[in-house]
Design a protein around this ligand. Structure first.
Ligand SMILES: [Zn+2]
Length: 308
């Protein structure tokens, strides 16, 4: 009798789960590999397993995956939402092992534009983007727990900025990009400011529109200036440097003179002379030939007399 009841129970459970298998919820998320699709059950079991039924455009009519078999034996399987945005992209090797797997989530605003986007790489959230009215905010999450944020202003005259943090949440790095807009509407990146936070020092470096560093200043934790370098440039054709000088704590430290040469059709700066200035007023003048070899090095005292 007991045996009978057990058999009956097994039969009922089988019947119930059999029934459940018949109905596939509309919002069910299909999992898939190069050959098959299925729905993951609560306990990791594969439900509704079936082979892909590809139409002439290689979309499965059941799980809606786009399946692309590559000539090297690998397979890419992609899925899209009803707005044709990519929701998952998985690449499999010829053995069916996953090479990479990206899952994308979207939120749409009332105008049907993406307002939020998240990307998971192999199951781990690694990028989030919020599209706000005035700015775009991107967050990146690294495997080691560090994290960075980038803010892009839609008004191009506003400053874009970014920050990086270590796994403990300590600020390591900040940067600010300042654009300049001409009356004609052209946009130039005019100044980049990088701030590095070291254990006891904050270092601020600034770059001009060409990307050349124009200053490097170090501060202690009390924001006291410890040292400053200023770099001043003169440019020739095509923004090629023909002169550069360095000031250390406001005093002239060195001057560099360049020839602008053409090499393989490209203009380049070639150093021809450097002058190094010393605190006692003496200086060293060095000159170089076209191959970069030093041809002379002469020391002068504070009165301009050659030191033999
Ligand atoms: Zn399928």
């Amino acid at each position: 009798m007991k045996k009978c009841i057990i058999f009956l129970l097994v039969f009922i459970i089988a019947a119930i789960s059999g029934c459940a298998q018949e109905e596939i919820p509309e919002d069910a998320i299909w999992d898939r590999n190069p050959g098959e699709h299925w729905i993951n059950g609560e306990n990791g079991e594969k439900l509704h397993i079936g082979e892909h039924e590809l139409d002439e455009e290689n979309f499965c009519t059941v799980c809606k995956s786009f399946v692309e078999y590559q000539t090297d034996g690998s397979t890419d399987v992609c899925n899209y939402d009803e707005k044709y945005n990519l929701t998952r992209s998985t690449s499999f090797d010829s053995e069916g092992n996953i090479l990479f797997d990206y899952v994308m989530e979207y939120k749409y605003n009332e105008k049907n534009a993406i307002s939020y986007e998240a990307t998971y790489q192999n199951g781990r959230l690694y990028e989030e983007t919020e599209y706000l009215e005035d700015e775009i905010i991107k967050n990146f999450y690294e495997e080691d727990g560090s994290h960075s944020i980038e803010i892009y202003r839609k008004d191009i005259s506003e400053i874009d900025e970014g920050r990086s943090y270590d796994a403990e949440g300590n600020l390591l790095y900040e940067h600010f990009n300042q654009n300049f807009i001409t009356d004609e509407g052209s946009v130039y990146l005019t100044r980049v400011t990088d701030i590095h936070y070291f254990i006891e020092i904050k270092q601020i470096r600034e770059f001009n529109a060409i990307g050349d560093e124009i200053s490097c200043k170090s501060y202690n934790l009390g924001d006291e200036l410890l040292s400053s370098y200023d770099y001043i440039y003169e440019y020739g054709e095509e923004n090629i440097i023909n002169y550069q000088k360095t000031l250390f704590n406001g005093n002239l430290e060195s001057e560099n003179f360049f020839d602008i040469i053409t090499e393989n059709g490209e203009l380049l700066s070639q150093l021809k002379k450097t002058i190094t200035y010393y605190e006692n007023g003496s200086k060293l003048v060095r000159e170089f030939d076209k191959n970069g070899n030093e041809i002379s090095a002469i020391n002068y005292d504070a009165n301009g007399n050659v030191i033999e």
